[in-house]
Design a protein around this ligand. Sequence first.
Ligand SMILES: *[C@@H]1O[C@H](CO)[C@@H](O)[C@H](O)[C@H]1NC(C)=O
Ligand SMILES: *[C@@H]1O[C@H](CO)[C@@H](O)[C@H](O)[C@H]1NC(C)=O
Ligand SMILES: *[C@@H]1O[C@H](CO)[C@@H](O)[C@H](O)[C@H]1NC(C)=O
Ligand SMILES: *[C@@H]1O[C@H](CO)[C@@H](O)[C@H](O)[C@H]1NC(C)=O
Ligand SMILES: *[C@@H]1O[C@H](CO)[C@@H](O)[C@H](O)[C@H]1NC(C)=O
Ligand SMILES: *[C@@H]1O[C@H](CO)[C@@H](O)[C@H](O)[C@H]1NC(C)=O
Ligand SMILES: *[C@@H]1O[C@H](CO)[C@@H](O)[C@H](O)[C@H]1NC(C)=O
Ligand SMILES: *[C@@H]1O[C@H](CO)[C@@H](O)[C@H](O)[C@H]1NC(C)=O
Length: 465
Amino acid sequence: MASWKTTLLLLTLFLLSLFLEPLLAEATIINSIDGGMNKGCIEVERKALLEFKNGLIDPSGRLSSWVGADCCKWKGVDCNNQTGHVVKVDLKSGGDFSRLGGGFSRLGGEISDSLLDLKHLNYLDLSFNDFQGIPIPNFLGSFERLRYLNLSHARFGGMIPPHLGNLSQLRYLDLHGGDYYNFSAPLVRVHNLNWLSGLSSLKYLDLGHVNLSKATTNWMQAVNMLPFLLELHLSHCELSHFPQYSNPFVNLTSVSVIDLSYNNFNTTLPGWLFNISTLMDLYLNDATIKGPILHVNLLSLHNLVTLDLSYNNIGSEGIELVNGLSACANSSLEELNLGYNQFGGQLPDSLGLFKNLKSLDLSYNNFVGPFPNSIQHLTNLERLDLSENSISGPIPTWIGNLLRMKRLVLSNNLMNGTIPKSIGQLRELIVLYLNWNAWEGVISEIHFSNLTKLTAFSLLLSPKN
Ligand SMILES: *[C@@H]1O[C@H](CO)[C@@H](O)[C@H](O)[C@H]1NC(C)=O
Ligand SMILES: *[C@@H]1O[C@H](CO)[C@@H](O)[C@H](O)[C@H]1NC(C)=O
Ligand SMILES: *[C@@H]1O[C@H](CO)[C@@H](O)[C@H](O)[C@H]1NC(C)=O
Ligand SMILES: *[C@@H]1O[C@H](CO)[C@@H](O)[C@H](O)[C@H]1NC(C)=O
Ligand SMILES: *[C@@H]1O[C@H](CO)[C@@H](O)[C@H](O)[C@H]1NC(C)=O
Ligand SMILES: *[C@@H]1O[C@H](CO)[C@@H](O)[C@H](O)[C@H]1NC(C)=O
Ligand SMILES: *[C@@H]1O[C@H](CO)[C@@H](O)[C@H](O)[C@H]1NC(C)=O
Ligand SMILES: *[C@@H]1O[C@H](CO)[C@@H](O)[C@H](O)[C@H]1NC(C)=O
């Protein structure tokens, strides 16, 4: 879960920088209001906000600044500096991510439709609050100028109202149903996703943890109506159908992030996915993906940075994927996770071609043979996990040249020989697990004197001995 939180934080920062320039520009404007220019806020909008406040439960007094004549000065409210209209309401809870985990400042209660008087609203963020299972209000679909809507992690329940499909200006929609604080949260559901076609300007879509099982046969058709989409996040959505279209059908010509992890596709990877040349991050972990990987035109994936296929059922033939990727990924790949599959055979030498690889996880597979020499070319490697395979022979002494290494895990293989002193050169090492191999010789202080950052180390002897 920790990595989920990190991803979330990174995503948020990334998105703020990428998609919101127009909104941010507008937000900066607001702060430039000063005495002379400030006409205060528009009375009907001030009243609308007060009514909205009255419907909310605010145990920690987050809205205590919501008093007085100028609602543009209220915390979480921003106005256009020329017209004075409220353009942004940002009541994200725990916006300071370092405080996440407590949840003490979450708003609840009802969402008054008085908000509709904010006719110039283009940004609404109610994420990380606690609405205790009430449905997302239908009237949110009536904000004609809305460009940003974030209701994620706010414990909404019931059906997502198809009215949201009227938000034709929307660029960013996050309805992630997961609850940060309470995992027994009610799951948001949909009847279908046909309403998505109205969101023709959408760049970012997150329906993670929304129960899409009713839409499982045509989710892709719905998403395919969003030609400007840059990020698609459909993780934990109970999807069980991964359509195998031919390429001309696929409209997603700019998409850079696809996250379909934690679904139950029970199928092979469709070829169209590998034809999206703009793709940078592809997450398909724990999605019941099977081998073989057929008809894959890997040459298109020359921008791929992250590929996570861990926790699937991809067999030994999948290694062609690695060979194919290495030939064409243009060294862009930084993170490759194939852990928890049934890959077999020798580790391919082509691994050495991923010059920018920072993280390589091949754990819990059936790899055999020696530690491949090609890995010595991966000088950017920070994390290497080959545990739970049948890799044999010694740790090569060149391991000491991978100077960026932070996490080296070789547990439960068939490795033997002495542990090379050169491991002592890996000054950045934090985690070193060498358990359950047939090591010989003596480990001395020399190995560790320079490893001042090492916090986790273990070297139990092999039960296979
Ligand atoms: C509004 O903000 C913009 C951009 O910061 C600035 O150029 C403009 O002068 C401001 N207008 C007023 C009336 O303050
Ligand atoms: C998801 O929705 C389907 C159909 O509406 C239902 O059968 C299933 O139990 C739901 N899943 C969860 C985890 O609630
Ligand atoms: C591609 O997107 C456009 C615009 O949203 C839509 O009209 C068209 O039907 C889509 N094509 C397919 C094959 O879905
Ligand atoms: C991928 O793109 C190529 C070239 O445009 C095309 O010939 C091929 O049919 C596409 N593959 C799939 C599975 O869509
Ligand atoms: C997965 O698909 C196979 C056929 O390809 C089928 O026999 C099996 O029952 C499916 N498993 C699930 C969980 O749907
Ligand atoms: C590979 O990267 C280089 C440098 O970043 C770039 O010039 C080249 O066009 C890329 N090739 C492909 C096929 O993307
Ligand atoms: C390591 O194991 C291999 C067999 O897998 C054996 O041939 C070799 O002699 C062993 N090396 C050492 C140093 O024990
Ligand atoms: C530790 O660092 C010192 C100084 O850089 C170096 O002389 C020594 O060889 C290093 N020890 C090991 C085991 O790498």
